[in-house]
Design a protein around this ligand. Structure first.
Ligand code: BES
Ligand code: MN
Ligand code: ZN
Length: 483
């Protein structure tokens, strides 16, 4: 998409449609639109358009101005207008215009006082909302918005903001593509290929094979892969844009989770391809950070594997030894994510990180608790969690903290090993994180459970149904705050 900034009045901008945003109940044209637009707007009744949030009305433009049509766009109540309202407006407006076959768009968004960057959020929502996944469709969507002209003074902050947002939105769409890909193509090997493709001058990528992981003693991670013919790939990426201690990001990367021998019911099982959404978010993040050359030091770890119930699969009751030496009794082979993360957390320690954040579609209980509205957060470090919370509110990938009470450790006591991999039905969101905390040790660490938010069943204003790409924008903002 071609995005330009032009300092001309809307009525002089040659385009297929000019977007005119309005505050609810204030359907008055700005002076630079001229008398014909003012006359047109006077005729609009509140029943047709009143400026409610995400309301749209596409009209033919008067003949004496250059745009072909006008899209009236509602922003809702003035007091509530902020980044999120603008993202949603952008998503809604551009998707609506694409459906109408519009190709070239202009936006007349008056800068809100003290904030010249409103258009950046609008573009963010727009680019995210236009995402489609049609790789396997013979008939592709051919309608396309090719050009957006922002009618504004040429501010450097605006053009920089737009450039950053283009990279970030494309990283989110990259992550969505990885997650939407079916598991027969998105195998651990394929995911490793996607990681290797990010390698270059600033990013080094190492893929540990099964024998490497065996030598290191990653018995928990490897136990998950035993029932599958697909070889596991333990993927490590390093982006070194500063000499500081690294921030480590671990993404759960189970490319298909059948549950293993503790097999899942078949209803909805096809969706377990999204069990690598954490890993996809980490790859998207590294892509954005490296393209923008941010002055940060990030290490991404993706312990990729399938979880299948083959003849060599791990059995309930098996005991494995983790990289750190702790033994785990595997009660339920469907609690596999935490096994892969236990060894990834153990591996992370060698880099002496200043903090570790893991992001994982870890528990059904997370989706039960929050639906698609929040990411569950748990951790051992207040200041890391505070930064995450601020970022989450800002990018609207909201997190909600859950407790890590000492008592939860009791739930995980095993009769034969140091710990067992499930704590029973009750408290299972908290005990999944309690399990991980044993492997984080005293490294400053936070865990993000995205089981409820990584996939959406219905279209949202700037998140079409399917993979949401959650985590990329959140991690990106966290890194900017931490740097
Ligand atoms: N990948 C699943 C969690 C999940 C469920 C993600 C639904 C997205 C949607 C995870 O590996 C899992 O199976 N967790 C079990 C743990 C249980 C056996 C303790 C769960 O939550 O049911
Ligand atoms: Mn599972
Ligand atoms: Zn899983």
């Amino acid at each position: 998409m071609n995005i330009q900034i032009k300092n001309i009045p809307g009525k002089d901008c040659a385009c297929d449609a000019l977007i005119l945003p309005f505050i609810e109940g204030q359907i008055k044209p700005s002076k630079d639109l001229g008398a014909s637009v003012a006359a047109l707007l006077r005729k609009i009744s509140p029943d047709e358009f009143s400026g409610k949030k995400n309301e749209v009305l596409l009209l033919p433009a008067p003949a004496d101005i250059k745009p072909g049509r006008l899209l009236l766009l509602g922003l809702g109540e003035k007091e509530k207008i902020g980044p999120e309202v603008l993202r949603q407006a952008g998503g809604k407006a551009l998707a609506h215009l694409r459906t109408a076959g519009i190709r070239e768009v202009a936006l007349s968004l008056p800068a809100t006082p003290g904030n010249d960057l409103s258009a950046v959020y609008f573009i963010e929502g727009g680019l995210l909302g236009l995402y489609t996944y049609d790789l396997y469709k013979t008939e592709k969507e051919t309608r396309e918005i090719r050009k957006i002209t922002l009618l504004s003074k040429p501010l450097k902050a605006l053009s920089d903001g737009i450039r950053t947002m283009e990279v970030l939105a494309s990283a989110v769409c990259f992550a969505r593509d990885l997650v939407n890909a079916p598991s027969n193509t998105m195998t651990p090997t394929h995911l490793a290929g996607a990681a290797l493709a990010l390698g270059g001058k600033d990013v080094s990528v190492t893929v540990l094979e099964r024998k490497d992981a065996e030598k290191l003693g990653m018995g928990a991670y490897l136990s998950v892969s035993k029932g599958s013919d697909e070889p596991p790939k333990f993927i490590v990426l390093e982006y070194r844009g500063s000499k500081k201690d690294p921030l480590i990001l671990i993404g759960k990367s189970v490319t298909f989770d059948s549950g293993g021998l503790s097999i899942k019911p078949s209803d909805g099982l096809e969706k377990m391809k999204y069990d690598m959404a954490g890993g996809a978010a980490v790859l998207g993040l590294i892509r954005a950070v490296s393209l923008l050359r941010l002055p940060v030091h990030i290490i991404g770890i993706l312990p990729a594997t399938e979880n299948l119930p083959g003849g060599s699969a791990t059995r309930p009751g098996d005991v494995v030894r983790t990289l750190g030496g702790m033994t785990v009794e595997i009660i339920n082979t469907d609690a596999e994510g935490r096994l892969t993360l236990a060894d990834a957390l153990g591996y992370a320690k060698r880099f002496k990180p200043h903090a570790v954040i893991d992001i994982a579609t870890l528990t059904g209980a997370c989706a039960i608790a929050f639906g698609g509205e929040a990411v569950a957060m748990m951790g051992n470090n207040r200041s890391v969690m505070e930064v995450i919370k601020e970022s989450a509110d800002f990018v609207n990938e909201r997190v909600w903290e859950m407790p890590l009470f000492d008592e939860y450790r009791e739930y995980l006591k095993s009769d034969v090993a140091d710990i067992k991999n499930i704590g029973g039905r009750t408290g299972s969101l908290a005990t999944s994180a309690k399990f991980l905390s044993e492997f984080a040790g005293d490294t400053p660490w936070a865990h993000l459970d995205i089981a409820g938010t990584a996939w959406t069943e219905k279209d949202k204003p700037y998140t079409p149904k399917g993979a949401s790409g959650i985590g990329v924008r959140l991690l990106f903002d966290i890194i900017r705050r931490m740097q």
